[in-house]
Write a protein that binds this ligand. Structure first.
Ligand code: TMP
Length: 411
């Protein structure tokens, strides 16, 4: 079948089945992280259509934009967020202790970004190998003493590092790649006997339950449930032994897997998450079609709410999800973001400039929409100078509400 709005055909990218249900079509959209250097540039638009496979339950976009187009000049630096680096440090320290890692061990990360995770292993004298195609990020990692293979992880990198890694991390990468089965196969080959794979990926359940439509963008080709992801792991010879829920990115899973035959007891958490997915209706496409309807209603409601805010209206967080939100509900006047590589550029929708967060206090717009709502606590703290002078900082998710000024950080 094909969509009347975006014309894309529906075939499952994971199992090839034509038994695919449309969930929601968000029309032709620019790349969410494709910031503009000049507001007169016209970004290329691609169809953005979410579907669910009735055979393997993989939830996905119909269209894969070539990775080189999306990730060539990638302005995303994980270390911009203390939430991300804090979580990474805790995980690295925990696994170093639990698995008794030291010199002689190798930890490899697929999608290592600016070294926000590997730096904590390197600090312990453990050999850390990053793999990431984004050169700007690799340069930052190099400054922390972390070597990065500036490339996509694939069979070639897997051959080079076959059998060496005590731990392989892949955080927020399995949702992005065109062919997750090949990545998982490569990871299994890189692990040494007794090695551990740790994956973090946004979870479909909170996205559905909170109607998080703004996390749907081209970089996210896949929207994983444990059930659908588990099938891929099994096919790649990986065996899921444990899973944890994380608050990151609006609700993520941390999945632990070992190569088949390595043994290991399956923790009860795996069954609990599976039960939650069944309760959310993820084992039938009907639950997802209902989500599509709720997305349409939510967009209408948020558009009305946005129009009712007194001008000027700022945004906070030039996140990819910010582009998607504003593309659907209408623009704000400008957006605050602390990332140096983003300041002075424009969002690819609505002629919206990105400014230093200090501008909020300097100009005191009466309203500011928190676009990076997944960092509400951290940003509420940083924006306390604005809110304490009477500025209204609003979140959109799960429903529009004022964000309290908490954890105030001195200016
Ligand atoms: P993300 O939700 O895709 O991770 O993007 C979050 C964006 O918000 C990113 O551009 C960095 C920005 N940001 C700030 O400007 N200040 C902050 O305190 C945090 C946590 C993020």
């Amino acid at each position: 079948m094909a969509c009347g709005d975006c014309k894309d055909a529906w075939i499952c990218g994971a199992c090839g089945s034509p038994r695919v249900e449309s969930v929601v079509c968000l029309g032709d959209q620019p790349l969410a992280n494709g910031l503009l250097d000049d507001p007169d540039q016209t970004p290329v638009r691609y169809p953005l259509h979410l579907v669910a496979c009735s055979s393997c339950f993989a939830v996905q976009l119909t269209r894969q934009v070539p990775p080189a187009v999306m990730f060539g000049a990638y302005p995303y630096f994980s270390s911009q967020s203390a939430t991300m680096t804090g979580s990474a440090r805790e995980l690295a320290r925990r696994l170093t202790a639990e698995r008794d890692l030291g010199t002689g061990d190798v930890v490899l990360e697929v999608g290592s970004n600016d070294g926000y995770l590997l730096r904590w292993y390197a600090e312990e004298g453990i050999e850390a190998v990053g793999v990431d195609p984004a050169r700007e990020c690799a340069e930052v990692a190099a400054g922390l003493g972390i070597g990065t293979v500036v490339d996509y992880f694939g069979p070639q990198v897997a051959d080079e590092y076959a059998g060496v890694a005590s731990i392989v991390h892949a955080n927020n990468v399995l949702a992005h790649v065109p062919d997750p089965a090949t990545i998982l196969d490569g990871i299994r080959r890189v692990l040494r006997p007794g090695g551990l794979l740790v994956i973090e990926t946004p979870w479909l359940v909170p996205m559905i339950n909170q109607t998080q439509f703004d996390v749907i963008y081209h970089e996210h080709r896949w929207y994983w449930s444990l059930a659908a992801f588990g099938r891929l792991c099994t096919e790649a010879g990986l065996y899921i032994i444990d899973v944890e829920r994380l608050p990151l990115h609006g609700g993520s899973l941390r999945i632990f897997a070992v190569p088949d035959g390595a043994g290991g007891e399956i923790r009860s958490s795996v069954g609990m998450i599976t039960a939650l997915e069944q309760a959310t209706g993820l084992d039938s496409p009907a639950g997802l079609v209902d989500f599509g309807e709720r997305v349409k209603t939510r967009i209408i409601e948020l558009t009305q709410w946005r129009k009712g805010l007194a001008a000027p209206v700022a945004g906070y967080g030039a996140a990819a999800k910010g582009t998607m939100m504003l593309s659907q509900i209408g623009p704000v006047d400008w957006v605050a973001d602390s990332t140096p590589a983003k300041i002075g550029r424009w969002l690819p929708v609505g002629d919206i400039p990105i400014r230093d967060p200090r501008t909020l206090v300097d100009e005191m717009p009466p309203n500011c929409v928190l676009l990076a709502w997944n960092f509400a606590d951290e940003i509420a703290g940083k924006a306390s100078g604005y809110t304490s002078r009477g500025g209204a900082l609003w979140t959109t998710t799960p429903v529009p509400a004022l964000v309290e000024a908490r954890n105030a950080i001195p200016a």
